[in-house]
Design a protein around this ligand. Sequence first.
Ligand code: T4K
Length: 366
Amino acid sequence: MPPILVTRPTLPPFEEYTALISKIWENRWLTNSGPLHQQLAGELKKYLNISNISLFTNGHSALEVAVHCTHLPKGSEVITTPYTFASTTHAIVRNGCKPVFCDISYDDYNIDTTKIEELITDNTSAILPVHVYGTPCHVDEITRIAKKHDLKVIYDAAHAFGVEIAGRSVSSFGDATMLSFHATKVFNTIEGGAVISPDKRITDAADQFKNFGMEGNDDYIDVGTNAKMSEFQAAMGVANLKYVDQNIGIRKILCDRYTELLQGVEGVRVLARPKNVKSNYAYYPILIEEEYELTRDQVCDKLAENEIYARKYFYPIVTEYSCYKGKSGFPNDSVAKDVSMKVICLPLYDTMDVSIVDKISALLAH
Ligand code: T4K
């Protein structure tokens, strides 16, 4: 058996992708908001049931630009989670703002909304939560806190493509939301991402900023960047979107099987899925608790000996990266740190056979 990686990209049938990109040879339109880009934007609006979207060459650029377009004052504080990928914090810092780290909840590994208000100061401008593993944050509570203190909310929904709360797209909350369409995500455009906002002025500003801040042919009204999605990326998106529900359906079967086999194993904690949520089954995280016979790292080694390469998403927490260490004031004894010391994301992707779930679960159960 070939090595089992934590994930593999979803690919559409080869002929369907080549049929789409053959149009590029006909019209010689490679990038800069071409027809495939327009088609994908339209199809995503329908699929996600949202009004405004701006497509990006990757999720990180989308997040950086989302923060820029919500006009946070330079030097202001943005309350965020340390239990995330580097991108979340980098997007705040690269916009000249200061990340203020709030601990996470042990229930869902998302920002702990009961601890946000104590971190708010006169200099706080925004909250930037992450829907970790695709589990939605407590959006109603975050909206309440933001309204009370006049703060912006920008969601990092890199993991949450297609997730719904009580029938409403998770990307429709807050002032802006970023999605990632990276190769390793439930829906991919090779590399890619998007800014979504209920406010068209934000997505229009994002469209302009990702194209150098250009207005008309002759003027630049902002010191923008280049973060446009190409036609090859958009073609992959159009082709993959047709299969995204099928992909999520397969992931659900695999996740349910993991849960069936692992939830009774002493010392292994599986993540509960909230009831009113349509999940995208993006990741399968487990925690290796103290009662388990091996440590988390020993479990990873044992899996690797069997050519199974699970990953520690997210370890270490962001405040322990060299570029942030010692600067955050985040306490050492946090839920975020505890979870990061115990977490393993198990292999999960649409071409994975259920027998692999059985094999991994059997290794964990003994
Ligand atoms: N916010 C959050 C919360 C995020 O998690 C991310 C990205 C972002 C923002 C930023 O979004 P993007 O700018 O990436 O759109 C991966 C992904 O590169 C990254 O997108 C993702 N989060 C992060 C959690 O995971 P790595 O360094 O772990 O990826 P890598 O190359 O080790 O790949 C993971 C596994 O997938 C490997 O076992 C190999 C396999 N793989 C990977 C690629 C790229 C393949 O089989 N084929 C492939 O083409 O970061």
